[in-house]
Design a protein. Structure first.
Length: 155
């Protein structure tokens, strides 16, 4: 009798599990449950127009407005510095590396880029022409001040 009731309970549990919709879902994955493998979308060509973009949030590292695939960045060489090193940016017309990249963890100013800031793509990423996954209502301080000035009564 006990074996029959255990078998019945097991059969009912299996049937309920099979009929139940997947509980683990994530809005950014769409209808594919978390435990299933999703096929990632194909990446389009990276933005390659060299136009500086507005930042999406305060203190965001600038994005890379050109292709960087195939760039050698290792402990022996950094391709980014061919154009963005402060000594070469006047010739290349590229944005020079920020002075913050020349400061070590103790606040000492260095003659070369700090090892903490040497691997550019730890913080800076190339831009892909894709739809934003979440809405963003960030406004930089200049926009906020401009709106405040426009809405305040004129004296």
């Amino acid at each position: 009798m006990l074996a029959r009731s255990c078998a019945l309970a097991c059969a009912l549990a299996c049937a309920a599990a099979a009929a139940a919709p997947p509980l683990l879902q994530d809005a950014m994955r769409g209808p594919i449950p978390i435990l299933d493998n999703a096929v990632p979308p194909r990446l389009a060509n990276a933005v390659n127009d060299d136009q500086r973009r507005m930042r999406n949030y305060d203190m965001q590292p600038p994005i890379i407005p050109h292709r960087v695939d195939g760039y050698q960045v290792d402990r022996n060489f950094n391709k980014c510095l061919d154009c963005h090193a402060r000594a070469r940016s006047e010739f290349s017309q590229a944005v020079p590396v920020s002075v913050t990249h020349y400061i070590d963890r103790n606040g000492k100013v260095l003659a070369q880029i700090s090892t903490r800031r040497y691997f550019c793509q730890q913080c800076h990423v190339a831009q892909e022409p894709v739809r934003a996954l979440v809405t963003n209502t960030f406004e930089d301080v200049d926009t906020v001040l401009r709106k405040a000035a426009a809405s305040s009564p004129q004296r």
